[in-house]
Design a protein around this ligand. Structure first.
Ligand SMILES: [Zn+2]
Length: 394
């Protein structure tokens, strides 16, 4: 039945007769997608946008509205050209209708296109490469941390676009105390780093937990929960607003091109470093793993042993860690990478932690895959592993 014009109002509304239009949007914090066509729910064609000043792309995050109870078939038509396209094999996209819980939905990849099938029970739903973590969430978390009397906040610089770069300091420095650094999200698409930070800092700031108390007695922690706020806001995969891949800027950070690394590295020189953990996500490898820096030019027996000891301790504290899969050691020779640069500069234990986008294959979760909750768990478990090696760090 069609709505007929009313004599008095110009139209008559008859409920259920207006066909709601499908609409796809990414105009929000961290959003990334371009619409090719979205006329029918079962034929939505999209493209992932490149980082704003570089060729990298793979992060996607968008909302589909107007499709309640309609089977949606979403094709990302340029998936096969993405920076780490092999990561789409055996991968399932993340979906949320309430922006709180994220689960995995039916996804397939044919080497060219990524196809996502989903029938929403709400008027709109969100799809993302991994559960997103907005700058608003980030600010709220940092604000909550600084309310804890064990923490203080330093703004150590500004990003290319003028956003604050936050450093949380936990514990007070003392001559015998070890200096530990943890940073995350140099690559903005790797949102798992921010969830890891929540678990890590929640435990570190727990006033009564025995592990946390012991750690705070013997170490002071310098923590940067988000190294790349500009790239995060823009929905970039890998670079900041100037197109710099921050984890290739550590040999010669530039005040104009990579002020984020410039500020953090300067603060590290002031504090000294006994331990550094740089937290990432890997698009392809479906496991959590550590990439050490025990092959930098000046690595000695002590540094190599510390890496072995940390891996052992993390295997003990986390059911979601393994040491069989990871990067080849040649990866570590590159001194423009944070972990290698810090190891070489400070002769300390310095590592990259990688988490998967899809799942940790040694302990699969078919509903959620690798999830924010498990990132938080791993964050706490990493602190437990750190606690066992602190005495031998210097
Ligand atoms: Zn990364």
């Amino acid at each position: 039945m069609k709505a007929q014009p009313s004599k008095h109002l110009g139209f008559t509304y008859i409920p259920g007769t207006v066909d709601v239009m499908i609409h796809v949007s990414s105009a929000f914090d961290g959003g990334n997608i371009e619409v090719v066509s979205a006329n029918e729910a079962d034929d939505i064609q999209l493209r992932i946008r490149k980082d704003n000043a570089s060729e990298f792309f793979q992060w996607f995050y968008f909302r589909v509205s107007g499709a309640r109870e309609k089977p949606c078939r979403i094709r990302i038509v340029n998936a096969g050209e993405a920076s780490y396209a092999d990561g789409f094999r055996d991968y399932k996209a993340c979906m949320s209708e309430d922006l709180r819980d994220w689960c995995r939905v039916d996804t397939s990849y044919d080497g060219i296109e990524l196809t996502i099938n989903y029938k929403p029970s709400s008027d709109s739903f969100y799809i993302a490469f991994f559960a997103p973590y907005s700058l608003d969430q980030q600010r709220r978390f940092v604000a909550r941390c600084q309310q804890n009397s064990l923490a203080s906040l330093e703004v150590i610089g500004q990003t290319v676009e003028g956003r604050d770069l936050d450093l949380l300091v936990i514990g007070s420095p003392g001559t015998s105390k070890k200096i530990c650094w943890a940073i995350a999200r140099q690559h903005p698409g790797e949102t798992m780093g921010c969830f890891w930070m929540e678990g890590f800092l929640n435990l570190l700031l727990d006033p009564v937990d025995t592990v946390a108390s012991k750690v705070r007695e013997s170490a002071v922690f310098y923590v940067v929960p988000n190294m790349n706020p500009d790239g995060s806001a823009r929905g970039n995969l890998r670079t900041n607003a100037a197109g710099a891949n921050l984890n290739r800027e550590w040999a010669k950070p530039s005040k104009s091109r990579s002020p984020e690394v410039f500020a953090v590295r300067n603060r590290m020189v002031e504090t000294g470093v006994d331990f550094c953990l740089d937290v990432h996500g890997d698009e392809i490898i479906p496991y959590n793993f550590i990439s050490g820096a025990d092959h930098v030019p000046s690595a000695d027996a002590r540094m190599k042993q510390l890496l072995i000891d940390f891996n052992k301790a993390l295997l003990h504290s986390s059911p979601d860690f393994q040491t069989d899969h990871g990067y080849p050691t040649s990866f570590q020779a590159n001194l423009s990478i944070c972990a290698s640069n810090v190891a070489e500069s400070f002769k300390c234990l310095s590592m990259t932690l990688e988490m998967p986008f899809a799942d940790h294959n040694n302990r699969k979760d078919n509903i959620h895959g690798w999830s924010p909750e498990r990132c938080r768990e791993l964050g706490g478990d990493c602190l437990k592993a750190i606690s066992s090696i602190i005495p031998s760090l210097r």
